[in-house]
Ligand binder design. Structure first.
Ligand SMILES: Nc1ncnc2c1ncn2[C@@H]1O[C@H](COP(=O)(O)OP(=O)(O)OP(=O)(O)O)[C@@H](O)[C@H]1O
Ligand SMILES: [Mg+2]
Length: 244
């Protein structure tokens, strides 16, 4: 469904990612893991057209999307829930959700999508008239995911949905992501909470310094000594870096 081949992207003249190759199959849930600054967010931004490629190719459902503007990529069925949520604080919950359906095909389905989002996230239905900026962190995260769903995406990309959330709220958020995946939406999940992410995704890629250094099934990765040492806090050898 989505294929990245040796993707590179810069900020100014500074390379942020240099060689990202990965794939997400139809309806699959895939993780993108790695330490701070590894290039996870940049990879998602490259997919959604927010940063331009300096190398490589990206195809989605057979279309080369590397040179398309973000709204056209969204219209093909990719929703991006950004790092830090980025809801509009001065708008209500319902207004934030409606903005999510900014593509003509999604706009036509807006009220049906709203019903679906309210079914998945009852708290958003209860608080539809509340200003988004006054919601708790967990509620804002659900709103950000709900806004992504308003696009009726085939692929939902989530950038660190658990960031700053209490463990119990993280549990709820992951349960919702699992539910959305079970409805048939493919998921590309960026997480620093590696142990948790590996319980949700089927496969994952580990990034370091802008490159994919490891990939495999969740089970394979969870059993790899270097992943356990660097990300799961199990064992002390290997320090904080991944070594082969
Ligand atoms: N707007 C920007 N301008 C300049 N450099 C940037 C910008 N955003 C990211 N970078 C740099 O690009 C590299 C990759 O950053 P990126 O945000 O993709 O990492 P990340 O894996 O998402 O990290 P984190 O886990 O901290 O969110 C880092 O070296 C970072 O400093
Ligand atoms: Mg990031």
């Amino acid at each position: 469904m989505l294929t990245l081949s040796r993707v590179g992207a810069n900020y100014g003249s500074v390379p942020a990612v240099t060689a990202i190759s990965l794939a997400v199959g139809e309806g699959e849930a895939v993780g993108l893991l790695g330490a701070n600054g590894a290039g996870k967010s940049t990879t998602l931004r490259a997919i959604s057209g927010l940063v331009r490629l300096t190398a490589g190719t990206i195809t989605f459902l057979g279309t080369d999307i590397a040179a398309l503007p973000p709204y056209k990529i969204a219209a093909l069925g990719i929703a991006h829930v950004p790092e830090g949520r980025q809801v509009f604080p001065e708008l209500t919950v319902k207004e934030n959700l409606e903005i999510g359906a900014y593509i003509p095909s999604a706009k036509a389905e807006r009220s049906r999508s709203l019903d679906l989002v309210f079914t998945i996230f009852p708290v958003l239905a209860e608080r539809r008239r509340q200003l988004a900026g006054t919601m708790s962190g967990g509620e804002q995260q659900m709103l950000a995911v709900g806004r992504g769903l308003m696009l009726k995406p085939r692929l939902l990309m989530l950038d660190e949905p658990s960031l700053g959330l209490a463990p119990v709220v993280t549990d709820v958020t992951f349960e919702k992501i699992r539910e959305i995946h079970a409805m048939g939406t493919a998921i590309l999940l960026v997480e620093q909470n590696v142990g948790r992410a590996l319980t949700l995704v089927q496969r994952a890629y580990v990034l370091e310094s802008g490159k994919v250094i490891l990939h495999g099934s969740s089970e394979e990765l969870a059993n790899k000594r270097e992943v356990r040492a660097a990300y799961l806090g199990i064992g002390t050898e290997g320090g904080s870096r991944l070594v082969g």
